[in-house]
Design a binder for this molecule. Structure first.
Ligand code: ADP
Length: 205
């Protein structure tokens, strides 16, 4: 898969290494943060303890952007599985900032974690909701014994979150889980977003 090597990294030159196309940062002696440009729908590590995170919407029945790409690649069973997720209010399966888990069907990973980021400019405290989306995804992954997890840039598409602010919230949330995953990846679809994430990782890691 696009995951890069599975072996532990020595970090001989400080806490950052570039391995092929992947920027690796030591989160702890047990855990690595990895940044790469790419398409999250083709990412996997072992197909059994790995998961990708979907930037879904509250209805969880598919949409555009990465949500559309994930549903397309997973096949129609994913929509059926999402439909089975109980509604918390009419039509609402995953309120903004929360997360839900499903199988991944035709995707190469074992599970999909669906989370919903805020629409930037449409709510009071978008930073709290975006942080909650990352934290609740990580909590749910941990509860399901996921060891490798990959995130897209949640809310950075049609939800218009500024990349620099979003990257700080995303990487800060990952740092709250230093020992829970072997690898936490960000698979970023555009050069602009990849650069914002790399700059923030160099600052915060
Ligand atoms: P949101 O509604 O949370 O803003 P979007 O899907 O519009 O979600 O965008 C989230 C991010 O996912 C954007 O940066 C977009 O470029 C990116 N994206 C779109 N398709 C893919 C993909 N196949 N793999 C990874 N990221 C993707």
């Amino acid at each position: 898969g696009g995951a890069g090597p599975k072996s532990a990294i020595s970090f001989s030159s400080g806490r950052r290494e570039r391995v092929g196309d992947v920027d690796c940062f030591e989160l702890s002696p047990f855990s690595v943060l990895k940044l790469q440009k790419g398409d999250i729908t083709t990412w996997f590590v072992d197909g059994s303890t790995d998961a990708i995170v979907n930037a879904a919407n509250e209805k969880m029945l598919g949409g555009g952007g990465v949500d559309g790409a994930i549903h397309q690649a997973a096949g129609p069973e994913l929509k059926a599985a999402c439909y089975e997720v109980p509604e918390v209010r009419p039509g609402i399966r995953c309120p903004t900032g929360e997360a839900r888990i499903t199988p991944a069907f035709q995707l190469p990973v074992s599970r999909v974690i669906h989370t919903v980021g805020p629409i930037y400019g449409a709510c009071e405290k978008p930073e709290v909701l975006l942080s909650n989306a990352y934290r609740n995804s990580l909590k749910l992954a941990k509860e399901n014994r996921i060891q490798y997890i990959a995130f897209p840039a949640i809310s950075c598409g049609v939800y218009r979150y500024p990349y620099d602010e979003a990257s700080k919230i995303a990487i800060s949330a990952i740092k709250e889980f230093p020992n829970d995953f072997k690898e936490v990846h960000f698979v970023l679809f555009s050069d602009d977003i990849y650069r914002a994430w790399l700059e923030t990782a160099l600052e915060l890691m």
